[in-house]
Design a binder for this molecule. Structure first.
Ligand code: GCB
Length: 592
């Protein structure tokens, strides 16, 4: 048996320095659905330093032990209150040039004052997103951690807040092989508290989640409401109100869960008529609310039916990024993206390759854009690892719980371009089941690779999906265009297909012969060839070319790329429309 020597020091000798923080872990069982509750914002300036050697976690800086047992001052490697201030939410990469490429731990510190409310009040500390993992400490105590950089999480802090408090959060975006995504992906690895932080106060028993949805039975007149209650009073009745539909109904809640169906005839939500209704659920003294659109999405053979009618998804892929704000987009930036997409003739957008902010789907509900939402099960995930599966499954659950009341969201995607191994099939089939279990009203898909040899759609995951997503780059990665019609001649899908990616790089403003790579002219020609073929295939029910605007990408070092993926139809700032934008616009507008 090995004994720990007397001179072993945890802060410098412990190799597995993350293991003391393995639990507790915040996951989808915490409060995800805010239900319209007021948030006391903790956004604004926080003290911040990058911590390349993870010293905050290794040396337990969060304890702020400034003196020894006899009160003598100890030397410190940090000075929280003198650190510079950064805005939260933000990505550290875009704040200072020397943080641009930093991957590792960043430490955020702030004080917060707190006045307790009435008796029985419960308080939750909520994070909109910490990329990739967040370790949270309150007044020197460890609350827990969360992994998965794009979804919200909470810690209950009832009884833990004094009049003044110290909050320390270590956010860690080191690329690790076991993460979701793994350590190799084709976008920029932003880090930080990139979405809002705040406190939420709730009564002792409260509505933890509710879903309000049109039952997809073709009648357009049945609304299903399900309610989950947290707290001591788990048996009772919730009252549901949709004032504009004249609905006041009751849901019996037993053991914390309940559900009921109501007959009403809402005006249907669609991209052309994004009608939303106020919905209120009351339980005891708690009030949950949301603005919900009612629409039906289903598949019939090789058709996608929106509100009973066949729809072609005129889409585009989009990363969540702006040059100025990284992944912390402002509401104006999100609205601008949707506005330009609508100008291009879009009714649909594929939010690649991870959950975008909750604001994005809310705005899509408002402006009328259908959405594909995805989790970053991208390329070579560790499909054999149960822990990696737990991470992916949790990210999916958090996304669904956050967005299942968004009419705009019609498709959950469980991943992108994964090799068709047995381990991957089992892993991703489980994720498809999670989608169907948590949300039977939406469609499930994945962006699949084709068999490049035949060529044909032959991914085994297709059997599990409601819609088949196909990524193909004929005219770019494979210059042989004759394979594109061959792909469709060789494929006989029994389900609708969306071409979830095609495209080519073009440096904004660069022109030349059509055969010249990286010119707008060549990109446009690829689009023209693609459209010529795709528009003739009857089972293709949507297209989302790659990609709406150029995005930062460390893998792209060619001088004409400049660390950007240049497949955008627009320049990174969305001001320059490349030639292919107009080609897409002409095609989409001809279908409207
Ligand atoms: C793909 C990936 C996407 C990449 C794109 C490219 O197939 O799904 O994430 O960025 O190709 O540009 O290579």
């Amino acid at each position: 048996m090995t004994t720990t020597p007397a001179n072993f020091r945890d802060d410098i000798h412990r190799v597995d320095f993350l293991s003391p923080y393995a639990s507790p872990k915040a996951d989808a069982s915490t409060l995800i659905d805010l239900g319209g509750r007021q948030i006391e914002s903790l956004d604004g300036p926080w003290h911040f330093a990058i911590d390349p050697n993870d010293q905050c976690l290794r040396a337990r800086w969060f304890e702020e032990k400034y003196t020894d047992d006899q009160g003598r001052p100890l030397p410190m490697n940090f000075s929280f209150d003198e650190w510079e201030e950064v805005p939260v939410p933000s990505c550290w990469n875009v704040l200072e040039s020397e943080w641009m490429w930093f991957e590792g731990s960043g430490v955020y510190v702030r004080d917060l004052d707190f006045q307790p409310g009435g008796p029985g009040e419960r308080v939750f500390l909520r994070f909109g997103g910490a990329a990739y993992a967040g370790y949270v400490f309150l007044n020197g105590d460890y609350l827990g951690w969360h992994r998965g950089g794009s979804t919200p999480f909470c810690f209950e802090v009832t009884g833990k807040l004094g009049a003044t408090n110290r909050l320390v959060v270590v956010v860690r975006n080191a690329r690790e092989v076991e993460n979701v995504p793994t350590n190799n992906f084709d976008w920029f690895n932003y880090g930080g508290l990139h979405r809002g932080v705040g406190l939420v106060r709730l009564p002792a028993t409260f509505v933890k989640a509710a879903s309000v949805t049109l039952v997809p039975d073709g009648s357009f007149s049945t609304v299903a409401v399900s309610v989950t209650v947290d707290g001591a009073e788990r048996d009772g009745q919730a009252q549901v109100e949709i004032p504009e539909l004249g609905l006041t109904g009751l849901v019996d809640v037993s053991g914390g869960v309940g559900g009921a169906e109501f007959q009403v005839t809402p005006e249907l939500w669609s991209p052309e008529n994004p009608r939303l209704y106020d919905v209120v659920v009351r339980y005891g003294s708690d009030v949950w609310s949301d603005r919900v659109g009612f629409r039906e999405i289903r598949v019939d053979g090789r058709e996608i039916l929106l509100n009973g009618s066949p729809v072609f998804l005129r889409g585009v892929c989009c990363h969540e990024e702006s040059d100025t704000h990284g992944r912390s987009l402002t509401e104006e930036e999100i609205r601008d993206t949707f506005r330009i997409a609508k100008d291009m003739g879009c009714n649909f957008m594929r939010l690649a390759h991870y959950p975008h902010s909750g604001a994005t789907s809310r705005i899509a509900d408002e402006v009328g854009i259908l959405l594909w939402e995805e989790i970053p099960v991208y390329w070579a995930i560790m499909f054999d690892s149960p822990d990696t599966l737990a991470d992916a499954d949790n990210q999916l659950r958090e996304l669904i719980l956050r967005d299942r009341n968004r009419a705009s969201v019609i498709i959950w995607s469980v991943g992108n371009e994964n090799a068709d191994t047995d381990a991957r099939l089992a892993f991703m089939s489980g994720l498809v089941d999670t989608c169907h279990d948590l949300d039977p009203t939406r469609l499930v898909s994945a962006a699949c690779l084709v068999n490049p040899v035949i060529p044909a759609i032959s991914d085994r995951l297709v059997d599990k999906l409601d819609i088949i997503g196909v990524n193909e780059y004929y005219g770019w990665y494979d210059p042989d265009f004759t394979k594109l019609p061959a792909l469709f001649e060789n494929s006989h899908p029994s389900k609708p297909v969306i071409i979830t990616e095609f495209g080519a790089d073009a440096t904004p403003g660069l022109h030349g012969d059509t055969g010249q790579l990286y010119t707008e002219d060549h990109q446009q020609q690829v689009y023209q060839h693609q459209i010529e073929v795709l528009s003739t295939i009857d089972y293709i029910k949507g297209t989302t070319p790659w990609i709406f605007y150029d995005f930062r990408c460390p893998r792209r070092t060619h001088v004409l790329q400049g660390y950007y993926n240049r497949k955008g139809l627009l320049s990174p700032d969305k001001t320059h429309h490349k030639l292919a934008y107009t080609t897409m616009q002409n095609w989409y507008q001809s279908m409207m």
